[in-house]
Write a protein that binds this ligand. Structure first.
Ligand code: NOJ
Ligand code: CA
Length: 588
C-alpha cells in the first residue's frame, strides 16, 4: 500500500523522488473569515490577516459530490444544494477541480475552453449562482487552473498541429525526432510511456507531461502567458477567490532537451525509472508565478494562489517567492503523505513547515483526488477509526492552513475497481493491474443510507457508490455524537474560535518521545494555551509534560476534546493515552 501510494504521487508528479529523498481591508468579496464571532488575537493572528491564513479549504471533485439532474454525474447545482452542509461543517472555501469544457480524458484536467463551463456540470448562470450562494454563507470559491497543458481538442492545439507555419505552432512544444520513429529524447510521461507523441501530418513530435491528449503549452512563448492570464482574469472578474494551480512545477522543461538520468528498476507501467529533474521545477517558472501574482493582487478581496507542489523541504520555500511575491499557499504534501504514523517524521516535517518557510503560511493536505484516501494509507485495519481522528487532529490543530477532501470527514475509504473493464481513469487502464488508477478515491459522496447514497437518482452513477455507504454517510453520522463527522466539525469550530488554535505559536513538545506526538499551541495573551497529544501506537502510553519553559505554571489540563476515555481534568504529570488516542486540552 505504501509503495503504491508513493508511486501514485510519482504518476502525478515526476519529482516524487525528491519527496522521498527529503525523508526527510474589508474586500468587496471577503465577508468575514469563517465562523469566529470575533477575531481571536495571538502572535500569529491579527485582524488584518488574509482570510486564507486561518481557513479550512474543502476540495470538491464535482463529478462525485452531488448530482442534481439524475444523470449519475455530479454538477454545479448539486454543489449549490449542499452549501448549507459545508457551512455547517465550518469550511471557509471550496476548491473545485476543473469544470471547464473538456473531453474528460483526464476528467477535466484536459481543458478545451478556459472561459466556459462544461455542460455536464451546468451553465455559466449555474456557476454565478453557486458563487453568489456560497458568498451568502461566507464560503469562497477557488478554481483549478491548469496552465501546463490543454486538451488536444482545444482550438489552440487544433491550430497548432494544423501546419508547421501556423501562427499557434509555437504555443506548444514541437520537436523533430532523433531519427525515424524515434522521439526527441528519453523523457517519460507521468502517466506512462514516452512523453512525446508523433504527429504524422506535420512529421514532428509534441511533448506531453501527462496523457498524449494533454499537450504541454510552450511557456517560453509570451502569447501563451497572455492567453492564460486572460482566462485567469475572466474568473477573477466573476468573483472567484483564487486558484489551485495544477502541476505548476512542470511549466518549463530543459531547453536543451537532454536525456533524463535513468534510475534502477521499472515503474508500474513497465518503463525504466527516470529522475524527472529536467522536466520540472525549472527556474523560469518563478517569473511566471510573479507575473501571475501581480494579476491576482490587482483584484480586491485577497485572492489566493495555491500550488500543487510535491516538493522537498529545500525547494518548497522557493515557491513563496524571494519577496513573498509568488504563491501564498504552496501545498506542503510532505506532512500528509508520510503514510505511516511515525512520530519522528511528523515532528520533523511539522517543525520544518514551522521553521523553514521563512515565516510563510504552510498548507497541509492529507487527502486529494489523486491519492489513496488517508483512511487506507494510515489505518492498520484494527484502529482505523481512531487513526482517522489523529489525521484530522494533525490537519486542524497545527498552525497550517487546512485543505481537506470531500468525504474525508466521514471516513470514506478507497474503493478501487475490481476489473480493468470497470476502470474510468486511463492510468488504471495503462497500468493495470499494478496501477488501478484513481477511481477508488473519487467515488460518490455518501450523503444518506438511501439510493445511490443520496448522491444521485440515476440507475447507474459514473463511478459506483462505495459498499460501506449505509453506515458511512452524512445522515447517519450526523445522528452519532461520537462520529468522525462530529470530530471534524468540533475541531473546525475550535480552530476558528479558540485563540490559541486560531493563531498561537506551534511548539513541539517532548521531542525525544518515539510514541506520542505532542505540541503546544501557545496563546501569547493572558488566555489558555492548547496542548495536543496523540498516541501513535497500539499500546496504552503515559506521558508527562513540563511546560514551565513555555510559561505554563498550571499542573492540570482541562479537556477540550479527546477520544479513548481520557478524563475531564488531567494531571500534566501523567496523561494516560489509550491506543491511538487523541487528547486536546487547555493549559494555563
Ligand atoms: C494533477 C491533478 O491533480 C491530476 O488529477 C491530473 O491528472 C494531473 N495534474 C494532470 O493535470
Ligand atoms: Ca448531473
Amino acid at each position: 500500500m505504501l509503495l503504491k501510494t508513493i508511486f501514485r504521487v510519482f504518476l502525478a508528479n515526476t519529482f516524487a523522488i525528491l519527496l522521498l529523498a527529503s525523508g526527510g481591508s474589508t474586500p468587496a468579496y471577503a465577508g468575514s473569515v469563517g465562523n469566529p464571532t470575533a477575531t481571536p488575537v495571538s502572535s500569529n493572528a491579527s485582524a488584518e490577516d488574509p482570510w486564507w491564513k486561518h481557513a479550512v479549504i474543502y476540495e470538491i471533485y464535482p463529478r462525485s459530490f452531488q448530482d442534481s439532474n439524475g444523470d449519475g454525474i455530479g454538477d454545479l447545482n448539486g454543489i449549490t444544494a449542499r452549501l448549507d452542509y459545508l457551512q455547517g461543517l465550518g469550511v471557509n472555501a471550496i476548491w473545485l477541480t476543473p469544470i471547464y469544457p473538456s473531453p474528460q480524458v483526464d476528467f477535466g484536467y484536459d481543458i478545451s475552453n478556459y472561459e466556459a463551463i462544461d455542460p455536464t456540470y451546468g451553465t455559466m448562470a449555474d456557476f454565478d449562482r453557486l458563487v453568489a450562494e456560497a458568498k451568502k454563507r461566507n464560503i469562497r470559491v477557488i478554481m483549478d487552473m491548469v496552465m501546463n497543458h490543454t486538451s488536444d481538442q482545444n482550438p489552440w492545439f487544433v491550430e497548432s498541429r494544423s501546419s508547421r507555419d501556423n501562427p499557434k505552432r509555437n504555443w506548444y512544444v514541437w520537436r523533430d525526432g532523433k531519427g525515424p520513429g524515434q522521439p526527441p529524447n528519453n523523457w517519460e510521461s507521468g502517466f506512462g510511456h514516452s512523453a512525446w507523441a508523433y504527429d504524422a501530418k506535420t512529421q514532428q513530435w509534441y511533448y506531453h507531461h501527462f496523457y498524449p491528449q494533454q499537450p504541454d503549452l510552450n511557456w517560453n512563448n509570451p502569447a501563451v502567458e497572455k492567453a492564460m492570464f486572460n482566462a485567469v482574469r475572466f474568473w477573477l472578474n466573476r468573483g472567484v477567490a483564487g486558484f489551485r494551480l495544477d502541476a505548476i512545477t512542470t511549466l518549463f522543461e530543459d531547453p536543451q532537451l537532454r536525456d533524463e538520468k535513468v534510475l534502477p528498476g521499472k515503474n508500474a507501467f513497465g518503463d525504466p525509472n527516470e529522475s524527472g529533474a529536467l522536466q520540472s521545477i525549472l527556474p523560469p517558472m518563478h517569473t511566471v508565478l510573479r507575473a501571475l501574482r501581480k494579476v491576482t493582487d490587482s483584484y480586491p478581496g485577497q485572492r489566493v494562489l495555491i500550488g500543487e507542489t510535491y516538493m522537498s523541504a529545500q525547494d518548497l520555500p522557493t515557491m513563496y517567492g524571494k519577496n513573498d511575491d509568488e504563491l501564498q499557499l504552496p501545498m506542503d504534501l510532505r506532512v500528509g503523505f508520510i503514510n505511516k504514523l511515525d512520530v519522528a517524521k511528523f515532528r520533523k516535517r511539522i517543525s520544518e513547515a514551522e521553521n523553514d518557510m521563512h515565516g510563510n503560511q504552510p498548507l497541509f493536505v492529507f487527502d486529494n483526488h489523486d491519492q489513496i484516501r488517508s483512511w487506507n494509507r494510515y489505518g492498520d485495519g484494527i484502529h482505523d477509526a481512531a487513526i482517522a481522528r489523529i489525521v484530522a487532529t494533525m490537519l486542524l490543530t497545527t498552525r497550517s492552513t487546512a485543505l481537506m477532501y470531500y468525504g474525508e470527514e466521514l471516513g470514506m475509504v478507497t474503493t478501487p475497481p475490481k476489473t480493468r473493464a470497470e476502470v474510468q481513469d486511463p492510468i488504471g487502464k495503462i497500468g493495470w493491474p499494478k496501477e488501478k488508477g484513481r477511481d477508488g478515491e473519487r467515488t460518490p459522496m455518501q450523503w444518506t443510507p438511501g439510493k445511490d447514497a443520496g448522491f444521485s437518482t440515476a440507475a447507474k452513477t459514473w463511478l459506483p457508490v462505495a459498499p460501506d455507504y449505509k453506515l458511512v454517510n452524512v445522515q447517519v453520522e450526523s445522528a452519532q455524537p461520537d462520529s468522525l463527522y462530529f470530530w471534524y466539525k468540533k475541531l473546525i469550530a475550535m480552530r476558528h474560535n479558540n485563540p490559541a488554535l486560531y493563531g498561537g505559536d506551534n511548539i513541539m513538545l517532548n521531542t525525544s518521545d518515539p510514541n506520542v506526538l505532542s505540541y503546544l499551541r501557545k496563546n501569547p495573551e493572558a488566555g489558555p494555551s492548547v496542548l495536543v497529544a496523540m498516541n501513535f501506537t497500539a499500546q496504552p502510553r503515559k506521558i508527562s509534560f513540563d511546560l514551565k519553559a513555555q510559561g505554563i505554571t498550571g499542573t492540570h489540563a482541562r479537556t477540550l476534546l479527546q477520544n479513548g476515555g481520557v478524563a475531564e481534568h488531567v494531571s500534566l504529570h501523567h496523561v494516560k493515552l489509550p491506543p491511538f488516542a487523541v487528547f486536546i486540552g487547555e493549559v494555563q
